[in-house]
Design a binder for this molecule. Structure first.
Ligand code: GLN
Length: 544
């Protein structure tokens, strides 16, 4: 292998058609052919990272090992190529401008007039090359966020065009498009895709492949139309109909010989493809029939009149991975915690589920509703997994109702409260006073040591673990002895014993809260041990 190869993935027609999954799937099938692959995401917004955005705006904030707060697509990449993706592989408009401006301030442009073009695209290219170098990737797949025709991603397309101009044999373009089948027309339409390709051509880019997302597979006629009007080979129109599980997509691409075609276009050797484990996974996903009913009690579901589970995608995927491994299909229910504030009796509905998850969250809205839910599942012995805020709120519930610390709460809810059993981390306090919010939480991988003979330690079968974090508040050690005396088990702490990382209860089938986010490390072929234990407990809590 002589030079690094670059594949840009660009969206056409509309968003949310699975560009992230398409990119990740391309990664998987090329990796299966023996290549060292990495994936990058470019987000066109000004935010320096995804950390300052409300999840209902932009979906889940994913956290990398090295503590970057990124778009949820990075999670898909990690799950599909089974490798950690680090901060170097993620950029936003804000991040790119920030470094160009900083360099200008440092006189690094040697007195030149620093311009949007070429200096911004050049910075983008530098970042792509840096990621290639750091990961030692032979093939770099770069997903450009947004859709073609938007003002926001123009400079990234320009970077892609410039890179291709300099390295014509090393750069290829994939357009992920959508082909609607209007109900009243009853026929698949290629016109929006034709327009998308025209716009892309206007940016100086000709796609090599068009991934045709649609309700159905494309037929010969559509394939030929796309070839004629979009200037691609008929076989380069990659049929990609809706599937039940995203994990089927790499297999769909293989059937369309996308891996072979890409390698051929790069002039790379066609090694034997090793997708055995992945095929088995997909087979299993399709066969598994038995159900496990899990309710996620959270607060980031609504977008207008629609309910979106996007905010919790890693939690959902991690739960599925473990369930599949145990021969189960998860039936999720999304419960907006505010319902229990309006109608506390409704909490009884939780007895219909095999298990309850309270995922991460911020702020005060909906929190008392979550605490009501936790009280119910603790008392009724329904398996409970609390993630980050879910662990903190479980601590509060225990403090209030078992340790009888009246009005126990978190500083996040009430800064003046007498009993802040969860309080701000000392180094975080200064940051908040300065309104220094961006990228300043306790982030990324931190070690945690486990106490022997606890549920947590049995799940991991290890003494020390490392998990990804994203929080500002923590268990208040002033209440540690009191809560432990009342029966709260602290089964994991930071190695110096200062930060409480895991709490659990005895005499309960499964009641466990973690200060971290185990879901970020779960992979379809390698489910996370805590999720595995939780699902196991759920299966024992059968309703029928
Ligand atoms: N809001 C809580 C904190 O900042 C929990 C964060 C989370 O759930 N990710 O500590």
């Amino acid at each position: 292998m002589t030079t690094t190869k670059y594949i840009f993935v660009i969206g056409g027609v509309m968003s949310s058609v699975g560009k992230g999954v398409a990119s990740a799937s391309i990664g998987r099938i090329l990796q299966a052919r023996g290549f060292e692959v990495t994936l990058m995401k470019i987000d066109p917004y000004i935010n320096v990272d995804a950390g300052t955005m409300n999840p209902t705006e932009h979906g889940e904030v994913f956290v990398t090992e090295d503590g970057d707060e990124t778009d949820q697509d990075i999670g898909n990449y990690e799950r599909f190529i089974e490798k950690d993706i680090l901060s170097t592989n993620y950029m936003t408009t804000g991040r790119v401008y920030q470094s160009v401006i900083q360099r200008e301030r440092n006189l690094e442009y040697g007195g030149k007039c620093v311009e949007v073009v070429p200096h911004i695209p050049e910075e983008v290219i530098d970042r792509i090359k840096l990621a290639a170098k750091k990961t030692k990737a032979e093939i770099v797949i770069i997903e450009i966020g947004g859709t073609i025709g938007e003002y926001q991603n123009v400079l990234f397309l320009e970077a892609a065009r410039m890179l291709k101009l300099k390295n014509p044999n090393d750069v290829r373009f994939v357009l992920v498009s959508y082909l609607p089948i209007p109900a009243k027309v009853g026929e698949m339409k290629t016109k929006p895709t034709q327009h998308a390709v025209r716009s892309l051509n206007g940016a100086g880019i000709q796609p090599d492949f068009i991934i045709c997302r649609s309700e159905q597979a494309i037929d010969k006629k559509r394939r030929e139309k796309l070839a004629t009007f979009c200037g691609i080979e008929p076989k380069a129109a990659i049929s990609c109909a809706d599937v039940d599980s995203i994990y089927e997509v790499p297999l769909t691409f293989q059937k369309e010989k996308l891996d072979e075609q890409i390698l051929e276009k790069f002039g790379l050797k066609l090694g034997k493809s090793d997708m055995k484990k992945w095929q088995n996974l997909v087979k299993k996903i399709k066969q598994v029939k038995k159900r496990v009913k899990i309710a996620i009690v959270g607060k980031y579901f609504g977008t207008g009149d629609f309910t979106l589970a996007d905010s919790y995608v890693s939690v959902i995927e991690a739960t599925k991975h473990s369930a599949w491994k145990q021969g189960l299909q998860v039936e999720f229910e999304w419960i907006d915690s505010e319902t229990y504030e309006k109608d506390p009796k409704k909490v009884k509905e939780l007895s219909e589920y095999n298990g309850i998850i309270v995922p991460g969250g911020f702020g005060t809205r909906g929190i008392e509703g979550i605490i009501k839910a936790i009280k119910y599942v603790r008392e009724k012995k329904i398996p409970y997994l609390g993630l980050c805020y879910g662990m903190q709120l479980a601590t509060i519930e225990f403090a209030r109702n078992v340790a009888k610390i009246r009005n126990a709460t978190t500083t996040e809810m009430d800064i003046e409260a007498k009993h802040q059993v969860i309080h701000i981390m000392p180094d975080q306090e200064k940051k908040l006073l300065k309104q220094d919010y961006g990228g300043t939480m306790r982030l990324g991988a931190w070690q945690c040591k486990l106490k022997r003979n606890t549920k947590a330690q049995k799940a991991y079968s290890k003494a020390v673990i490392s998990e990804r974090h994203r929080h500002r508040y923590e268990f208040n050690n002033e209440y540690r002895a009191r809560l432990e005396k009342a029966g709260l088990k602290i089964s994991g702490t930071s190695p110096d014993d200062r930060i409480v990382e895991i709490i659990e209860l005895e005499n309960h089938p499964f009641f466990l809260g973690v200060q971290f986010h185990p879901e970020f490390k779960s992979r379809p072929l390698d489910p996370h041990p805590l999720y595995m234990s939780f699902i196991k407990a759920c299966t024992k809590n059968r309703k029928t």
